[in-house]
Each structure stands twice: as C-alpha cells, then as structure tokens.
Design a protein around this ligand. Structure first.
Ligand code: SAH
Length: 397
C-alpha cells in the first residue's frame, strides 16, 4: 500500500471523520510509477489512522475507506458496509419507493461510489478510477443483495476523461444483464416514473429531491405552479397529484421535456398532455422568466431547481450572481411561495441563502422564510462538502 504522510492538523480532521486528502496536502514523495489503488495514513506517532483508496490520477488522491483500526479491505468488508447502508433505507419500500440511493459515497463508507436502485436495475456511478480493481467483486455483492436484473456503470466526467481506448470500461456500459435500452420504470412515494439510466442526467433521475417533491405536493392544492428547470417533471407530477390548478414547465432540454410528458401520462393515463392546464416552454430559463414578467404572468408557487451553476470553485461568484437573479425573477412572478434550490457543492448554505435574499429583497416585496431543507434521508451526509443540496421555501407578499 502507498504510505501517505499528512500534517497533524489534517490527521486530527481525518480522525474526526473527514474523508479526503488532496495532492497538495501530502508531505512525502510518492513515486509516480507506484500503481497501487490502496493507501494508508499513519499519525505522527506512527499509529495507524486510516486506510483508503489511492487515486494517483486525481487531485483528490486519497479517500478514507476505514478509520481507526486496521482492517482488511475484502469482500467481507464491503458486505458489512453495504448491510449498514441497506439498513437505513429499509423503510422506503413500504413508503412506495423503489427508486432511491442505496449508497451515497463517502457518507456510506464507499468513497467516490454511488449506487442508485431503480426497481430491478442498479446504477453504479464512480467518481474515482480506484474502484475498477474491485468492480467484479462489488457487482457480485450487489447482485446477490438485490437480485437485480442489470447493473449499469456510469462514470463521472473526470473518470471518463482518464480512460483510454484500451480500457475495459466506459460510461453507460451494462456490467451485468442484457439491457439494450436505458429506460427503467420505478416508483417514488407511490408515484410512477421512468428514467433513462444510460443517457439521463445524474444516474437518470434527481433522487435527492424526493422529500422536497413531497412537500410541494402537500402545499399544491388549487395553486398555479411554475416549474423552472423541470427536467423529467418530478415536481410537476407531485404538484398535479397534490391537486394544483395548473403547471407551466420551463427547461432548455427537449429530451427532459419529452420525458416529463411520459411521466405525466404514466400517472394520469386518462388525461392528455400538454393540455389547457399543463404547458411546457422550451428555452433558456432566464430569458423565459423575463418574458413571463413582461407579459404580466403570475403564479401561486414558483419552483427554481437549476443545475449546479458552480461545478468548479472558480465559478462560485458567477453562480451566486445567477442564484440572486433567479430568485429575483422568481419572486417577481409570485405573491405566493417561492421554492429555490442549489445543488452546487462549491456554494455553502450561507452563501446561497445570502444570494437568494439579495435577489428577493431587490424586488421591494415583503417576504418571510417558511423552511430550509436539504436532501432526502437516502442521501446521508457526514462531512460539510456532502451537504450539497440547499433549498428554501419563501412566502412572498
Ligand atoms: N427539478 C428537476 C431537476 C433539475 S436538473 C427534478 O426534480 O428532476 C436541471 C435542469 O435544468 C435540467 O433538466 C437542464 O436541462 C435544465 N437547464 C439547464 N440550464 C438551463 C437553462 N439555462 N434554461 C433552462 N433549463 C436549463
């Protein structure tokens, strides 16, 4: 194993559960030709501190697998970790949910690995190539646990970029089973959805917004709803099931809008869409919001769930400007509730809420915060960077 030396400060952070070491934090020389995929950290008294995945191709080059006591990284180890992850999601099936996150990376002690389940399909998403040597044993383990029909591999941009032509692996590859299309059907809180797990965004569906969608359903009765950045229509379906009066969706991606229509038809087979109380607008959200304002549109509930504006730290300032101007545009279009979210890991909760209130305040309207929320409980978070989803419900007068 690669031996990694780090500062005392970082040692104590890791001892408290922080799971990452970046390249610039390593204090010893590690020859480039070393190809191991496991690393170990000892403290300044040469006591074992942590064992983890070593990824020489990434700036985030060490991710903790096990802390405190030496442990063999074997199938038994992975099985134990998987059992704990499964346990905290046990109640989901009885709530009518068959599409959910089974493993949330570092937070379930599988650093850099996400496993989403869509009924009998599993989607394994890797954020580090260091998992490749373990892939066969992981597939066997997951397959045994879930009796799944297929396992699909998805790769983060960084891992995908790093692979060469000779690699055994590629994004969208079916690791197990024989699936020739990416479409899967599943349930969330008893509602039906389809997702394309090969071509779709994330692993196919924004599973992290489950609890917020339910909250929207509960407040939707009789309301006119504007769902901006609607993707595959999750919020729209919940709002309509909750008895809302109308929905207008906005998204720039035609595939997203088509998928949303499929999801509406699945849940309301007797109705046809689009209809007089369900319309879609394809295009840039910022432009469409401005246009709606100039045409004096008003909605009782405005949902703003944009993509991660800050994928890199250097984009943070631009992202905060975008959150502020969206919140302003959203607040101008309602005298009801504004729901606004950010999934940018590089933007902290405080920075996001400050930007949102800067935007809302600039409308001159009165407002009051109703609630702040994050991800659903199948997305546990154990360190600051893992709390990426932040959102607020704001009453606008
Ligand atoms: N609310 C969704 C998830 C939103 S993901 C859900 O619950 O499932 C972000 C969406 O924003 C994607 O569908 C993407 O196509 C869309 N998008 C990204 N940039 C956009 C822009 N400038 N204008 C409109 N839509 C945009």
């Amino acid at each position: 194993m690669i031996k990694i030396e780090i500062s005392k400060t970082l040692q104590s952070k890791i001892r408290k559960g922080y799971p990452w070491v970046f390249r610039y934090q390593i204090q010893n020389m590690i020859p480039e030709e070393r190809q191991e995929h496991l690393g170990v950290v000892y403290d300044h008294k040469n006591r074992f501190l942590a064992v983890g995945l070593w990824d020489p191709c990434s700036d985030l080059c060490f991710r903790v697998l096990n802390l405190g006591a030496p442990k063999e990284i074997s199938s038994d180890f992975f099985r134990e970790q998987l059992q704990s992850a499964v346990k905290i999601r046990e109640d989901l099936k009885s709530q009518g949910t068959t599409g959910y996150r089974v493993i949330n990376g570092e937070n379930d002690r599988f650093p850099g690995l996400v496993l989403d389940r869509y009924e009998d399909t599993l989607v394994l998403k890797l954020y580090t190539a260091s998992w490749f040597p373990f892939l066969d044993e992981l597939c066997e383990l997951f397959q045994k646990e879930f009796k799944s029909q297929q396992i699909v591999l998805r790769l983060s941009r960084n891992v995908d970029k790093f692979l060469n032509d000779k690699s055994k692996y590629r994004d969208g590859q079916v690791l197990y089973g024989n699936k020739n299309s990416g479409w899967v059907q599943f349930k969330e809180n008893g509602l039906k959805f389809v997702a394309d797990v090969i071509e779709g965004q994330k692993t196919g569906f924004y599973l992290d917004q489950k609890d917020n969608r339910l909250k929207i359903m509960k407040m939707a009765k009789g309301l006119s709803v504007l769902n901006v950045f609607s993707y595959s229509g999750g919020f729209s379906v919940y709002a309509l099931v909750g008895g809302c009066d109308s929905v207008m969706e906005v998204d720039s991606n035609p595939f997203a809008l088509e998928t949303s229509l499929r999801n509406l038809k699945l849940n309301f087979p007797e109705k046809s869409f689009p209809s007089k109380n369900f319309i879609q607008k394809k295009g840039d959200a910022f432009q469409i919001l401005a246009q709606l304002k100039s045409e004096n549109y008003y909605f009782d509930l405005v949902i703003l769930d944009p993509p991660a504006f800050a994928r890199k730290k250097k984009h943070k300032t631009l992202a905060l400007d975008a959150y502020a101007s969206l919140a302003k545009a959203g607040a101008q279009l309602t005298s009801g509730v504004l729901y606004t979210a950010s999934c940018s890991a590089h933007v902290s909760g405080k920075e996001f809420y400050d930007a949102v209130y800067l935007g809302v305040r600039s409308t001159g309207k009165k407002f009051e915060e109703i609630a702040r929320t994050g991800h659903a409980h199948d997305h546990p978070a154990i360190f600051p960077e893992a709390f990426y989803l932040k959102s607020a419900y704001i009453k606008i007068s």
